[in-house]
Design a protein. Structure first.
Length: 390
């Protein structure tokens, strides 16, 4: 039975035969080889097309995995921080010696920043952490670390009470001014002023009151200051300024104690209006002390009344008081004011001269100096006639 060409087996199909083969008996093997080669080529082409696609997919998978992993790491280690400048205000206190970590803890506690690390990082980045000064600052609530750092570096955000103490003010006047400007109770200030052992007075003085040690200058007081710390600021300034003058040693070289020199400085402060007169007035005082003459400075008499709570302008110069230096010889028992640096300097570096008298010599307040009582009397009458405040 004959078969059609379509019914022939592959091995006998004429399309797969070849007369070119070495042996007619092997034509079916060659046909299979050719078909197998075509299949391999097709598979190779498919693999070549699929390989780049697989590579791209693999890269995308790796990138996506990295993003997810980095996000988890970032979320784990990200610094919690607010954004912006915040709102409202809170106060924080920066103590002497506080570092960025200490300040950060205070900021977190009051809700100014979201995390301590946010502030510490901002402080490091600014390079100005060492510029932060002790004090009390106002900082906005919910500030970023950078905004909080900027606020603390801004002097306008430091909360202070500025008080200027003028030369020649008495202790009573100074305490009243501190109470008015800083809000500390006058009773607390009076009590603190009597605790001389707590005021930090410099060594070498045998003080009986704080009078004379409350150095006149401009002070910035912190809201957290107490009556004691405010007065300590004034006495510390006195110690610093007199140390520059070598006040203790200079007084001793004049044959007086440092406390006596301070009393002289307070008397000079009450009398002199111009610096060129201070050294001469100090010399008159020392000359009169040496001559056993009353120093006759009326400001001391008035101070004696004020100490007793009386009107200093009611002085009669007949009072039985250790401050009545018209009747008594020697210095008053305490300073009568708180002298400035120029009067302190004059007290331990008096001008050279033999003067025993002085009186105001013009409307501006300059003084005339002499050792002649007759010349002094004539100058005094001229002063009174002109109303120059003799």
């Amino acid at each position: 039975m004959e078969r059609t060409i379509d019914e022939l087996p592959d091995d006998d199909h004429p399309l797969f035969g070849s007369d070119d083969l070495a042996g007619a008996g092997h034509h079916h093997v060659v046909g299979r080889a050719r078909r197998s080669d075509r299949h391999r080529r097709r598979r190779t082409r498919r693999r070549r097309r699929i390989a780049p696609i697989l590579a791209v997919v693999l890269i995308l998978v790796v990138v996506a995995g990295s993003i997810v992993a980095l996000g988890k790491v970032r979320d784990r280690f990200a610094v919690a921080d607010y954004t912006g400048n915040g709102q409202g205000f809170v106060r924080i206190a920066v103590q002497p010696g506080d570092g960025a970590e200490d300040i950060a803890a205070s900021l977190v506690k009051v809700g100014a920043v979201k995390s301590a690390r946010a502030f510490v990082n901002a402080a490091k980045k600014s390079g100005q952490a060492g510029d932060i000064q002790p004090g009390t600052y106002q900082v906005r609530l919910h500030s970023s670390g950078a905004a909080a750092m900027a606020a603390i570096l801004d002097p306008a955000n430091r909360l202070v009470s500025k008080v200027t103490i003028a030369e020649g003010r008495t202790e009573k006047q100074i305490l009243a001014e501190l109470a008015a400007k800083t809000g500390i109770g006058i009773a607390d200030l009076n009590a603190a002023s009597k605790q001389l052992g707590s005021l930090g007075l410099p060594p070498g003085y045998s003080a009986t009151t704080a009078e004379g040690f409350l150095f006149p200058a401009t002070y910035d007081f912190d809201p957290n200051d107490t009556a004691e710390t405010e007065l300590q600021s004034l006495t510390a300034q006195f110690a610093a300024e007199t140390a520059k003058l070598d006040f203790v040693a200079s007084a001793k070289s004049l044959g007086v104690t440092p406390y006596q020199a301070l009393i002289v400085a307070s008397l000079v402060e009450s009398e002199a209006k111009f610096d060129q007169d201070r050294g001469k007035i100090a010399r008159v005082i020392y000359n009169r002390l040496a001559a056993k003459m009353p120093i006759g400075i009326d400001a001391a008499n008035r101070y004696g009344l004020a100490v007793l709570g009386k009107d200093p302008n009611s002085v009669t110069f007949k009072e039985n008081s250790p401050y009545n230096v018209r009747l008594r010889t020697g210095l008053p028992p305490t300073p009568i004011s708180n002298p400035g640096i120029n009067s302190l300097k004059a007290a331990v570096n008096p001008d050279a001269g033999n003067w025993l008298y002085y009186v105001v010599s013009d409307a501006a307040g300059h003084h005339f100096f002499t050792n002649d009582p007759n010349a002094f009397e004539a100058a005094r009458q001229k002063c009174q006639a002109n109303g120059w405040g003799c």
